[in-house]
Design a protein around this ligand. Structure first.
Ligand code: AP5
Length: 194
């Protein structure tokens, strides 16, 4: 099973991808998580990515395509994967096509979480508040002003990715405004009927 999750920041991609991992036993390839790990470890990639991520911008295609290409080659990804947060530009989508074609692999489906963008900042503020109350680290980009920039980047650079896959009939839209459990049920139904 090779799946892509699309949707704006805060749409629920990470939440739902983690549930699919638990149920179907395929790894979640989250470029956001990989980049945050690189930032925390202060690797050369992390050092380059940190300022861009903190400001809500997109890390360069070159860096992100490189980390995904390496990750897809790891043994646990051989049986399938869920891409969460990638591709985020047309260049990334084209690079993914090339990666898969070189391995004679195909995508199974692209799940797009459709949400009301005006409601997303509330989810992000809530996440930050919950982390603060629990004494956990708060994502720097979960600041409401930075979130605006993340949403702008999505609408400018990432919204074009869905039509790219829709032209091949690969996109299944999921209503992401339902409860988390309802969204999971809709995803499982979509996967079962695929
Ligand atoms: P990344 O980590 O990918 O973050 P994001 O996509 O911007 O957003 P989130 O992780 O906040 O959203 P999500 O859709 O996963 O929602 P979640 O499940 O967490 O990227 C971070 C940064 O890394 C980027 O800005 C960029 O700088 C860089 N980057 C990453 N990939 C890149 C790429 N390919 N190219 C270039 N740069 C890249 O849910 C959010 C909150 O809502 C949670 O608190 C959750 O509990 C809650 N929630 C979820 N579902 C529901 C629901 N149905 N109802 C109510 N609350 C819900």
């Amino acid at each position: 099973m090779r799946i892509i999750f699309l949707g704006p920041p805060g749409a629920g991609k990470g939440t739902q991808a983690a549930r699919i991992v638990a149920k179907h036993g395929i790894p979640q390839l989250s470029t956001g998580d990989m980049l945050r790990a690189a930032v925390a470890a202060e690797t050369p990639i992390g050092v380059k990515a940190k300022a861009v991520m903190d400001a809500g911008g997109l890390v360069s295609d070159e860096i992100v395509i490189g980390i995904v290409a390496d990750r897809i080659d790891e043994p646990d990804a051989k049986k399938g994967f869920i891409l969460d947060g990638f591709p985020r530009t047309l260049a990334q989508a084209e690079a993914l096509d090339a990666m898969l074609a070189s391995k004679h692999l195909e995508l199974d489906t692209v799940l797009e979480l459709k949400v009301d963008q005006t409601k997303l900042v509330d989810r992000i503020v809530k996440r930050a508040e919950e982390a603060r109350a629990a004494g956990q680290p708060v994502r720097k980009d979960d600041d409401p002003e930075v979130f605006k920039t993340r949403l702008e980047a999505y609408n400018r650079d990432t919204a074009v990715v869905s039509p790219y896959y829709a032209a091949r009939g690969q996109v299944i839209e999921i209503d992401g405004m339902q409860t988390v459990d309802e969204v999971t049920a809709a995803i499982e139904k979509a996967l079962a009927g695929h």
